[in-house]
Design a protein around this ligand. Structure first.
Ligand code: AMP
Length: 170
């Protein structure tokens, strides 16, 4: 069973000109979810992972499932002012202006082997900022993985120093 058919295209969301990749049908189907998770896990080829880092908010869903399967810790990277404990932050460029992401300082220990996960790799700004946070704390990035990659936005170029895997490409 293919899981690609469980990703729904929404034209013009959240604004005109964007083709939004909606993963809620995938989240809602256990068989499709299992297949998708297997593809992500297979890409790791049994490499040891200590921490899975998921980007807010759609990186949390499969990020947590991956962490559970890999017997690894799960680390949420969040938008500013959401995390309660000591934190570090990294900024990234948006179409207009910039934004930042935060992570708890005790989330990663020096030398931890880290898998970074998000639903979509678009321009790569988010993933790049997450990589920066992980490396600030001394984590070693084993792979950045995504449910899908929008190849026409060339996000892979921003994170080309790391292994990148996407289960689906558009
Ligand atoms: P970027 O930083 O440009 O690579 O954007 C990646 C982030 O934006 C991810 O966290 C995605 O959830 C979200 N995103 C970007 N483009 C889309 C899209 N077309 N459909 C759904 N989510 C998207």
């Amino acid at each position: 069973m293919q899981f690609e058919s469980y990703i729904r295209d929404i034209q013009g969301f959240p604004k005109e000109g964007i083709l939004f990749k909606d993963i809620t049908p995938l989240l809602n189907n256990p068989e499709a979810r299992t297949n998708c998770l297997k593809v992500l896990l297979d890409s790791l080829k049994n490499q040891k992972i200590d921490k899975v880092v998921g980007a807010e908010s759609r990186g949390f869903f499969f990020g947590m499932l991956l962490a559970q399967e890999l017997n690894a810790g799960f680390v949420p990277v969040r938008k500013p002012k959401k995390l309660p404990f000591d934190k570090i932050s990294a900024s990234y460029e948006l179409e207009y202006g910039s934004d930042s992401l935060e992570m708890h300082t005790d989330a990663i220990k020096k030398g931890d082997r880290v898998l970074i996960h998000d639903d979509v790799l678009a321009t790569g700004g988010t993933a790049k900022a997450v990589c920066e946070l992980v490396e600030k704390l001394g984590g070693e990035i084993v792979q950045c993985n995504f449910l899908m990659e929008l190849t026409f936005l060339n996000g892979r170029e921003k994170i080309d120093e790391y292994p990148v895997f996407a289960a689906l490409t558009y």
